[in-house]
Design a protein around this ligand. Structure first.
Ligand SMILES: [Zn+2]
Length: 367
């Protein structure tokens, strides 16, 4: 099984320069080969493969632009292959036409492949060896065993550098259990399970959210391009990063717990398209969390032989009585937190009841 391990790296000045050069060269060959392909198609109706593009880079581009030889050759090939996947997506999945990469795109990355020990981790001395860079200082918070396949180096908008190491590793499956659980995306709490467990948003995220709003407001008052503007923009990027990292850590804890304890997991299938349209900050952050949680559940279920089912989000999970099936339209009002079923007199917590219905619906679906 392939698993990625991500570490923060601390390049020195010389290494920073080499990284900037590699990011730049990757962008350059991406754009050049995209243009090459586009022209060939428009002028001669000729379609060009990714191997042709790579040959064009090696034979023509590298001759004309000697500085391309100063960076890692795998990084350039992978940049061309990325361009090719964007191109394939355009044809097969009706995606938009691949765009040329801008110098001002502030998320930079490149991928290099393992060969003859060119990528290596020194767990004791906390160093990572990468092609053309020698050893870079790193924060190695976890070890791994297995064969390294590739490494992706990235620089995020706040300026920090990371490397993600892809490793072929053996995974030991968790033992089978018998419990089944339904999950509801809450309004007050983040997630509620059918057995009554409630997961709140970590308090620290609220704090960062307030800071985010403040920084956004401050940024809007600064003159675009000025030093103060750049400074604020960096603080804002850092704040976004902190929220994303805190959220991810927390969600990993939740998804692992759910997978550990249950053999069958059911949730709603929320459409990400509808989510993005929402402009309320708190709501959009919850939505992103939900999307990320379902993503984690999906792959962790696969690793451990669990069954993860997503049910149609139009299913009226919050209106049905989970005990007798009576439909209570009054619960459409979101402010109704607790209700008594008029038919069987059972008293329901709104969210736990919904999670129970989601579980029932999911079990029907797999039966
Ligand atoms: Zn009832």
């Amino acid at each position: 099984m392939l698993k990625a391990y991500k570490y923060r790296i601390y390049p020195n000045k010389e290494q920073e320069l080499q990284l900037a050069k590699t990011f730049g060269c990757c962008r350059f060959v991406y754009n050049q080969t995209l243009a090459y392909r586009k022209t060939a198609y428009e002028k001669e109706k000729k379609s060009i493969s990714k191997t042709d593009c790579n040959n064009y880079c090696n034979r023509e581009l590298k001759k004309e632009y000697q500085w391309l030889k100063e960076v890692d050759k795998f990084a350039l090939t992978n940049a061309i292959y990325n361009m090719d996947s964007a191109y394939q997506k355009f044809f097969k999945e009706n995606a938009s036409y691949p765009k040329f990469k801008s110098k001002y795109d502030n998320h930079k990355s490149y991928t290099t492949n393992f060969t003859n020990g060119n990528i290596a981790l020194d767990f004791c001395n906390e160093k990572i060896k990468l092609p053309k860079l020698k050893e870079i200082k790193a924060k190695i918070h976890r070890n791994f065993t297995g064969q390294i396949k590739s490494a992706t180096v990235s620089q995020v908008p706040s300026g920090k550098y990371y490397v993600s190491i892809l490793v072929e590793t053996e995974y030991i499956k968790k033992p089978d259990v018998t419990s089944k659980v339904g999950l509801d995306l809450g309004i007050k709490d983040l997630y509620i399970t059918s057995d009554g467990k409630k997961y709140e948003n970590p308090k620290v995220i609220k704090k960062y959210e307030r800071k985010l709003i403040k920084l956004q407001r401050q940024l809007s008052h600064k003159e675009k391009g000025s030093n103060n503007y750049q400074k604020k923009r960096k603080q804002l990027a850092l704040c976004h990063e902190k929220i994303a990292n805190t959220r991810k850590d927390y969600l990993h804890k939740i998804s692992s717990e759910i997978i550990n304890e249950n053999q069958v997991i059911v949730s709603e299938n929320l459409q990400i398209k509808n989510m993005v349209k929402n402009h309320n900050l708190a709501k959009s952050i919850t939505d992103v969390s939900w999307y990320e949680l379902t993503r984690q559940l999906e792959y962790k279920a696969k690793w451990n032989g669990r069954i993860y089912v997503k049910i149609d989000s139009f299913y009226a999970s919050s209106q049905l009585c989970s005990s007798c099936g009576y439909q209570n339209k009054e619960t459409k009002d979101l402010s109704v937190r607790q209700w008594k079923c008029p038919k069987c007199k059972e008293i329901h917590d709104r969210d736990i009841n919904a999670a129970k219905n989601i579980l029932t619906q999911g079990l029907k679906q797999i039966a």
